[in-house]
Write a protein that binds this ligand. Structure first.
Ligand SMILES: C[S@@+](CC[C@H](N)C(=O)[O-])C[C@H]1O[C@@H](n2cnc3c(N)ncnc32)[C@H](O)[C@@H]1O
Length: 339
């Protein structure tokens, strides 16, 4: 699965966008996604007016909006008929599920809102919600109340984490392991990849109930119901026994409390696995994780070095960290035996 990064756009298009206008341009692309311009045009190339009716866009903005997308290299216009370019088709249709289209573009809009008071945030150190007097709700709490959100978010990650999951399955030697407990396992993307790679392995995805329902569908479609299952629960409570691998993948900051809980849940010689996009030692990379900090992300800003120290401080030994795939770090540790 590939992301549309700026280098994929034609150079002459990028060269014409100054840094302030980039803000408007990116918002227009997010609007195109939210209105599903690319999906509608993929089914049926259309003239301006028909497209306006299909997308419910007012004529005051319609032509300028569509022509901006042409200027950006995302649409082509011939005889007043608009269609997707190969660039738009590849990154907005082929490489992107409908869940990603819906969820990610919604998150982007929330980020723009948050950024309207960036200077206040920078000066005060407070969150958007605290400045605006709004109640802050975690994504996990919101998913408990909203099944559509749980499905969009979880299935977005199923597609987004496919390559990370394959890299993790190739990196870990689980040939002598019996069972993995995948804490906050979401869609099951990681467990499914590990189970496919290791035919003897069982896996359990522990997550909130609505997410488990989505994971169960993915497990069924992967024909792994015999070895992988999803269990509703709380990763900060006492963990189910019987797993010789405990894994945290992209679950936000993994605190000492969570690590101690995992330590308690593992047998001697049990394996701990962390997978996330931790910051570099000096904190300057990766850029997209750093900038997420300003739009209320709950990812945390731990570096891989800090995470290694935290894992060691909880009693794990033979701790290893590897930047095995793009920005993703895989950290492993072993619970020592008593002998
Ligand atoms: C960003 S998603 C990552 C999902 C999956 N590990 C992956 O790599 O695609 C984080 C997941 O952790 C779950 N989660 C967060 N806090 C939890 C808790 N206290 N108990 C159970 N699940 C939790 C969320 O519901 C969500 O599915």
């Amino acid at each position: 699965m590939k992301k549309l990064t700026l280098d994929k756009f034609p150079k002459k298009v990028l060269g014409s966008i100054d840094i302030q206008k980039a803000f408007v341009v990116s918002r227009l692309i997010v609007a195109a996604e939210r209105l599903q311009v690319f999906r509608v045009l993929e089914r049926n190339p259309m003239k301006t007016e028909a497209l306006g009716r299909a997308l419910h866009i007012h004529k005051f903005y319609l032509a300028a909006f569509l022509n901006s997308l042409v200027s950006l290299g995302l649409l082509r216009k011939v005889n007043d008929i608009y269609r997707n370019t190969a660039l738009a088709r590849k990154y907005f249709i082929d490489e992107r599920s409908i869940y990603w289209t819906r969820q990610y573009s919604k998150e982007c809009v929330r980020a723009y809102e948050t950024l309207t008071i960036l200077e206040d945030k920078l000066r005060s150190g407070r969150s958007y919600e605290s400045i605006k007097g709004e109640k802050k709700t975690s994504n996990t709490e919101a998913m408990k109340r909203d099944r559509r959100l749980a499905e969009d978010f979880t299935q977005m990650l199923f597609h987004l984490h496919g390559d990370d999951a394959e890299a993790l399955a190739n990196y870990l030697d689980l040939s002598k392991r019996r069972a993995v407990l995948d804490l906050g396992g979401g869609s099951g993307v990681m467990s499914i990849a590990l189970a496919k790679k290791n035919p003897q392995l069982r896996a359990c995805i522990l997550d909130i109930a609505p997410v488990c329902e989505i994971a169960a569908g993915n497990i069924r479609r992967a024909r792994l119901s015999g070895r992988v299952h999803a269990m509703a629960g709380d990763i900060s409570r006492t963990l189910p026994a019987g797993y010789d691998v405990i894994m945290f993948c992209d679950v936000g900051p993994v605190s000492q409390k969570l690590l101690r809980n995992a330590y308690k849940g593992l047998p001697e010689n049990g394996l701990l696995v962390l997978a996330d996009r931790y910051l570099s030692k000096d904190g300057t990379k990766p850029l997209d994780r750093l900038v997420e900090h300003f739009v209320n992300s709950s990812f945390g800003l731990e570096s891989w070095v800090e995470m290694v120290e935290r894992v060691q401080s909880c009693g794990f030994e033979d701790v290893e960290a590897r930047n095995a795939y793009r920005d993703s770090w895989f950290i492993t540790g072993i619970k020592p035996g008593t002998a």
